[in-house]
Design a protein around this ligand. Structure first.
Ligand SMILES: *Cc1c(COP(=O)(O)O)cnc(C)c1O
Ligand SMILES: [Zn+2]
Length: 425
């Protein structure tokens, strides 16, 4: 049914059209290809009421997604909570702060479940029998898990030194996992060569135009959850720079189709200082980024040569937003701040986003009364190495009431000792 809304693929540079095929780059200028839709037809076919009447998953926006038929995987993916963050807001000085929480996305606890649901469903439509990806962790988790339900052979290529949660969270599904020396950018280069030779569906390479459309549902949901309103500001972690572009595209498409009244949202990109090609370019006023060699514990967003970096810069500056980066220490503080104020445990990428939001407030970029959405894109249980040294160890006692009573006295002393310091600082 949704197929009738798709016009084909279109080069983002020269506008040339291509048929719906597993291709991602324009033959003439190497521009990236993007799915193009008949927005007039979509506007006639959907309304707020129609979308609201549908099941609470990402496919409630099916008209905006590039499948010819029904999805093959991902029917339970999306429509994650948009959480009002009053306690974090108080701490940061923001009165209207929200967390869009994809740390609880289905089935593998990151926003990548959205893009993979589209990529694997589309790979099935194209008739592939093998899917693969180059991954910084979360993508591999999701391609592996969803390949099982899609009945596809699966190869995952990842830097060999990723966090245990990301490695085990892939290999547990019994798919082929290949660890590669060096960082993600080398893995990605190798995967382009493998893709050409083996003719597989690489979720984030030849399937990229379809994959990336899945990210739009994150942006569409948060607008719907705000009562069909675009937020004033949204802060987004950036790896390849795809998600941030697609959140902007989502707001624009909802606006174009009459589902929201305004698309004024300012878009902010968040990176780790140890891998900040995009935020460096924004801060220096460059149109192009310089590739870097990543050196950060925020592995899930450690891409030194971001495929959509150029467009991320354009979307950020074009929207009137900004980009910042934070150190590994600051991102760990960001993880802990979110945990102790909102009870949400995010991974390193979320720590980056929270810490960047704090920085943006300090720079006066986020007025106190504006609607601000922080993108939490992944789950903290996958990157416990990052916080292990920074969280207190449990008190260990024998199973005796007297031991516990002694501990209670110790805890009282501890908080007495901490109180004056807290009051002073
Ligand atoms: C992949 C990823 C991102 C960013 O993805 P891009 O679309 O490549 O910019 C953000 N957060 C997490 C947790 C991710 O895994
Ligand atoms: Zn082109």
């Amino acid at each position: 049914m949704p197929a009738k809304f798709i016009l084909g693929l279109k080069c983002r540079e020269c506008g040339r059209r291509y048929d719906l095929k597993p291709v991602h780059i324009c033959e003439y200028d190497f521009g990236p290809l993007e799915v193009d839709y008949d927005y007039e037809a979509i506007a006639k076919a959907v309304s707020r009421e129609i979308i609201e009447s549908r099941p609470k998953n990402m496919w409630r926006y099916a008209e905006f997604l590039p499948l010819a038929g029904d999805p093959i995987v991902g029917r339970n993916t999306g429509f994650t909570p948009l959480v009002r963050a009053e306690r974090l807001g108080k701490e940061l000085g923001l009165k209207n702060l929200w967390i869009k929480n994809d740390a609880v996305n289905y089935p593998t606890l990151s926003f990548k479940d959205r893009v993979v649901s589209v990529a694997l469903s589309k790979a099935k439509e194209f008739g592939f029998d093998t899917v693969a990806c180059a991954t910084t962790g979360n993508l591999g988790n999701s391609v592996a898990a969803q390949s099982i339900r899609a009945g596809l052979e699966c190869f995952i290529f990842m830097p060999a030194n990723l966090e245990q949660g990301k490695i085990i969270g892939t290999s547990v599904y019994g798919v082929h996992v290949v660890g590669i020396g060096g960082n993600y950018d080398g893995v990605n280069r190798l995967c382009s060569e493998i893709g050409n030779k083996f003719g597989w569906a690489f979720a984030n390479i030849n399937m990229r135009p379809y994959y990336s459309e899945g990210s739009k549902t994150y942006g569409m949901e948060l607008c719907e959850q705000l009562g069909w309103k675009a937020p004033d500001h949204v802060i987004v972690p950036m790896a390849g720079g795809s998600l941030i572009c697609k959140i902007k595209k989502a707001v624009d498409e909802l606006h174009k189709c009459g589902l929201i009244d305004s698309n004024h949202t300012k878009i902010y990109g968040a990176q780790a200082a140890g891998c900040a090609p995009i935020s460096t370019a924004v801060k220096k006023g460059w149109e192009l980024f310089k590739p870097v060699k990543p050196d950060t514990i925020a592995r899930s967003i450690a891409i030194g040569n971001p495929a959509d970096g150029f467009y991320a810069i354009k979307n950020i500056t074009g929207s009137g937003g900004w980009s910042e980066d934070v150190t590994d220490e600051e991102l760990v503080e960001g993880i802990k701040l979110l945990a102790r104020t909102e009870g949400i445990f995010t991974e390193t990428a979320g720590g980056v986003t929270v810490a960047v939001t704090k920085k943006l407030v300090e720079q006066g970029r986020l007025p106190a009364g504006d609607t601000v959405v922080i993108s939490v894109t992944g789950n903290g249980l996958k990157t416990i190495e990052a916080v292990m040294p920074a969280v207190p160890k449990p008190d260990v006692i024998e199973a005796k009431l007297s031991d516990f009573e002694a501990l209670v006295e110790k805890i009282k002393d501890r908080s007495k000792a901490a109180a004056p310091a807290a009051a002073g600082g």
